[in-house]
Design a protein around this ligand. Structure first.
Ligand code: PLP
Length: 395
């Protein structure tokens, strides 16, 4: 008799963005003439860079001609794409072999799929507040999940304690939602911890391109990470590929557990469960990693960072404490006057027509905090930031 995957019964209702849109729609229906200012989105708003667009068009043309047409591509990535990513790492003195790089449809897909490599008895340790997909993918797979809480006391960068139990460890840096970035020494401690107990770190580097200070972009900037870490990356926020879909995952060849090689296992997984990623998209990705492409994506990132600066300036002027913003596209603020995060959401919507994301939606220890995104357009961001300031000052 067929049985559905009962683990789905253990998923918590995922109502954050649904609940936000319900509230926003109700407000809009009641106040159709008032403009709304959105600082809630995690999606990008600027188009793909010129180099990527040129390469995507050229790749479409390749598919129109028998001489250049490409059918199936190698499942783990076309060699040129894997080399381009390896070259991107080499700029930071990390030297992965192209065979250690796997193309993907984006980080979300990989964060769930990669769990195939680990027995279901391996538990997952997740730092909270967290990107919700970490928890849900582990619960769907029937894994035990435990949490390590982040908060102002650890600058939203939790570290393992002597009694921390973990098999799989999700780390995200710069993290979403608090926008905090681990120092090199902290990442080294995590790597040493993982190696000392045979754990594996799943390192989500989706926002690495936003780092501007001297902080690690990759977990492989530490010693020994090639024996305990998988890095999951995406062109979504780096290069505006949220709707185009492309990413990559690094699995070192030296990563082994119980005599099984995780890189070889992932080759086997991809060659079984995928037939590769679109040739056209990979050509677009290769163009992102050229000198010109990298310069162009930095222009987009600079524009988002200018938005973050405007938001941080307004919070400074209002005397509101916040984290992130400097090396990440998110500013994570403490709700004024000890308000709860949904209370502040309602206040901001009703009194200032500004939409943000309540911290409680990212886990219990997100309560009392609020996420503001820098991915919106500059004019709206300026107006929204000024409204947040005025509301806090009672002007
Ligand atoms: N990881 C984090 C921390 C994210 O915030 C997001 C998207 O918001 C993703 C991964 C997903 O990225 P992708 O678009 O590559 O699936």
């Amino acid at each position: 008799m067929l049985k559905p995957n009962g683990n789905y019964r253990n998923l918590k209702e995922s109502y954050l963005f649904h609940h936000i849109s319900q509230k926003v729609e109700a407000y809009r229906a009641a106040h159709p003439d008032l403009p709304l200012y959105r600082l809630g989105i995690g999606d990008v708003s600027r188009p793909l860079c010129g180099e990527a667009i040129k390469a995507l068009h050229a790749a479409v043309d390749d598919q129109a001609d028998t001489r250049t047409f490409r059918g199936y591509t190698p499942e783990c990535g076309i060699p040129e794409f894997r080399q381009a990513v390896a070259g991107y790492y080499a700029r930071r003195n990390v030297q992965p072999d192209p065979d250690e790089i796997f193309v993907s449809s984006g980080a979300s897909d990989e964060l769930g799929d990669i769990l195939d490599l680990f027995d279901v008895s391996s538990s997952a340790l997740i730092t909270q507040p967290a990107y919700p997909a970490y928890i849900d993918a582990s619960v769907m797979a029937g894994r035990k999940v435990s949490f390590l809480n982040a908060g102002p006391g650890n600058d939203f960068l939790p570290m393992p304690q002597a009694d921390t139990e973990a098999d799989l460890i999700y780390l995200c840096s710069p993290n979403n939602p608090p926008g905090a970035v681990y120092y090199r020494e902290q990442l080294q401690d995590w790597v040493d911890y993982a190696n000392s107990r045979g754990a594996v770190i799943l390192f989500d580097a989706a926002y690495e391109a936003f780092i501007e200070e001297d902080l690690p972009h990759s977990i492989y900037e530490t010693q020994g990470a090639d024996r305990c870490a998988i890095e999951i990356c995406s062109l979504s926020k780096t290069a505006g590929f949220t709707g185009t879909r492309l990413g990559y995952t690094v699995i070192p060849k030296s990563l082994e557990r119980e005599g099984m090689n995780l890189n070889a296992m992932w080759v086997r997984n991809r060659t079984t469960k995928t037939n590769g990623i679109s040739y056209i998209l990979q050509k677009g990705g290769i163009a992102v990693f050229t000198d010109t492409g990298l310069k162009q994506i930095q222009e987009n990132i600079r524009a988002y960072k200018e938005n973050a600066r405007v938001i941080m300036q307004a919070l400074d002027a209002a005397g509101i404490r916040y984290w992130g913003g400097r090396n990440a596209p998110y500013v994570w603020m403490a709700c004024p006057d000890g308000m709860k995060s949904w209370e502040y959401f309602d206040l901001l919507l009703n009194e200032a027509q500004v939409i943000g994301t309540p911290g409680a939606g990212f886990g219990e220890c997100g309560e009392g905090f609020f996420r503001l995104s820098s991915f919106g357009n500059p004019e709206d961001t300026k107006i929204a930031a000024e409204r947040i300031r005025k509301l806090a000052k009672g002007e």
